[in-house]
Write a protein of this length. Sequence first.
Length: 394
Amino acid sequence: MDLPADTWEIKADFDTLTTDTSSPDHVYREMVRGIIESDQAVKRVVALPNWGYSWMQVPHGMVVEIDANSKFKADLFFTDMWSGTALCPVETKLNEADLLGRLPNVHRNVKVSAINPPRFKDSDGQFWTPSIGVHHNYVGLYTTDRENPRTHMAEKIYMVIASTSIDEKTYEEMEQYFIECEKSGMTYKEVFYNNALTEQFRALIMRNRRRIAYDFAQSIGAEIRFRKYSKTTPPCNIAHYQFETESNYVHFPNATTMIFYRNATNTAQTKDGLIVTRSPLQGPIVYVGPRNNENSRSIFSGAMWTNPHYNVFPTTMGLRLTPTSFDTMIRKIGLSKKELAQRLLTDSGFDNNEMLTRTFPYFERSTEWKIHEETMGYSMTSVIGCRPVCVKIL
C-alpha cells in the first residue's frame, strides 16, 4: 500500500542542497518516492546537486538515512558499491612526447572488464585480473601546477588517477549475496557493520583500484610508489596512493543509524583532498580542505571539513540527462578523432560513448555550484583542476 503523499514527501528533501534552477525533475522525484515507499526503514532522502539517473540504475546523487536495525532491503544497493578514486603521484619527470608509442601497452595491460574476474567471496588465494569497471570509470595520467614548498616556485606535477569499481560479474555475485541477506531477515547493521564478507569485498575493490593504477603507470613508463601484495595468487604489485575518495558506501554515525552516500562521500573522512570527477576531457578537480601541516610530503595537504547535512559532498559533477551528439561535441572542442585517440583510449569507440556524450557541455564550477559548495561546508579557496594527458575509459 502506498504511503499518503504527505508521508513520503516529509522524508524527501529536494531543496536543501539544490537550488530552484537545479532542482530534481519529476522522474527523479518519482524514483525517490519509490525508494521511500518500498522500505519503511528509510528515514530521509536528500537530493544532491549532481542528481540524475541512468537506465536500470539506482538514482544518482543522493544521501539516504536508514534505520540500521530494520530488516535489510537489497534494491538500493544494486549498484557499483564502494567505487572510488585514488590519486598516486608520479615520482619522476615524464616526457609527454614519449607517451604516444606506449599507448598500445595500455590497451594490452589495462582492461575495462576483467579477463578473469575476482569472486565476491574468498578472492585471496584465487587468480584474478583487475579491471576499471563499466560505470563511468577511468584511469589516466593527469597533470597540474603546484607550488614547491621548498623553492616556492610553481612546478608541473604528474599523477596517476584511478576511478574504478570492479567487474560486472563480481557485482552480480554481490547482488546475489544481498538477496540472500534479505531473504534470511538480516538487518542493515548485520549486512554492513562488522560483516567479514562485505568488509573483504570492499577491500577487494580498493585492491583492484590499486592494481589498475600500478598496471597503468607501468604501461606508460611512469614511476609511482607501490608494494607487493602476497596474499593473492600469484602475488601482485599494488600502487601506494596518496589519498582516495570513496563513493557509493555506507557509514554508521551511531548504533541505530546508517547513512548511504550515492555518488557522494563523507567530508569528515577525507584526508589531504577530496576528488570530484568531471568529463574525461576535463579531468577531475581536487577540493583541498583546511591546511594540514601534519603531512608535509603530500602535494595537497588538506584536512577534513564538516557540514550539518551528513557531512555529504558529491564525488561527481553529474551526468547530462540528454546526451549530446558526438559530432556536435567534436566540432566544438576542435579535436579530430585521431587527435582524440591520442588522449582517450577507449574499448567502445567515441560516437556513442556515454562518458563523453553525457558529460558535454563540460561541467564547471559555476556561481550556482559554488553556492552548493558553501552549503556543504566548503568555504576554502584551494580547488585544484587536473589536466588530462592520456586516459583509458570504456
